[in-house]
Design a protein around this ligand. Structure first.
Ligand code: CTP
Ligand code: CA
Length: 232
């Protein structure tokens, strides 16, 4: 069945996965970055390849060795990730955006290293918005292509984790949203790494024990179920 992590249920499918975290340069030696390890994206690639898919992994600043049989496309910035993902997504059955894409980048990149004591010594960094790759994928996707987003959420005064996640799923327009509860497990009753896969068709799958491999297996099962539903 579809829940078997090694079932060849992705044979003949092409999938694109983004992983890691983008880095937005400030000057030739500095950048704004984030702490994404890329391990969730690597798990997604490993599991998809094991289940028979042709896998492209668009990897933002990840030093891990390429998973067996997976084509890795290295990128640095959000703009580079956007370009690579849109190119690779053109003939893909599914695209999974597990990368942490910087929402903002420095408005200007200094051509030379910023120095202490220089006349131009900065005391703030103007930022501009990066493109929203997931939103663009949703707009440009071919009929039948599944688009999967990720979200790390906490509850707050406006709603709990799932309420925020449902709203984000609707806002983003993707088919599936993988939700990581980063508020200490209060909502899902787990200490950490809790994940829920929410679907735009109303479905929702709680991943028991939120290891990255378990989350990856649950995501591909949710994807294959819906690819099958489209009669392909
Ligand atoms: N994402 C993207 N491009 C961006 C930012 C995010 O493609 N510029 C993708 C991420 O890869 C992820 C999903 O969008 O799959 C959700 O990211 P998240 O940061 O939770 O969403 P945002 O809309 O940026 O919301 P927030 O303001 O909460 O950061
Ligand atoms: Ca964001």
């Amino acid at each position: 069945g579809g829940a078997d992590a090694l079932a060849p249920d992705l044979a003949g499918r092409r999938v694109v996965i983004s992983a890691g975290g983008t880095r937005e340069p400030l000057d030739p030696v500095r950048y704004l970055g984030n702490r994404s390890s890329g391990k969730q994206g690597w798990a997604l690639a490993r599991v998809a390849a094991a289940r028979g898919a042709a896998v492209v992994l668009v990897a933002a600043n990840v030093e891990l060795p390429a998973p067996f049989g997976v084509r890795v496309v290295p990128v640095g910035t959000a703009e580079e990730l956007r370009s690579a993902v849109l190119t690779e997504a053109a003939d893909a059955d599914a695209v999974v955006m597990s990368a942490a894409v910087a929402d903002f980048r420095p408005a200007a990149v200094a051509a030379t290293k910023m120095k202490k004591g220089a006349a131009s010594e900065p005391n703030s960094i103007p930022l501009v918005r990066n493109p929203d790759v997931l939103a663009e994928l949703v707009t440009k996707r071919a009929p039948g292509q599944l688009v999967v987003g990720f979200a790390a959420e906490t509850g707050d005064d406006d709603g709990d984790v799932l309420a925020h996640a449902r709203a984000k799923l609707a806002r983003k327009g993707c088919d599936l949203l993988v939700v990581n509860d980063v508020s200490g497990g209060q909502v899902f009753g787990r200490p950490e790494n809790a994940a829920v896969v929410l679907a735009s068709d109303g479905g929702s799958t709680e991943v028991p024990r939120g290891t990255k491999d378990a989350v990856a297996a649950a995501i591909w099962t949710a994807v294959t179920t819906r690819l099958g539903d489209r009669g392909e």
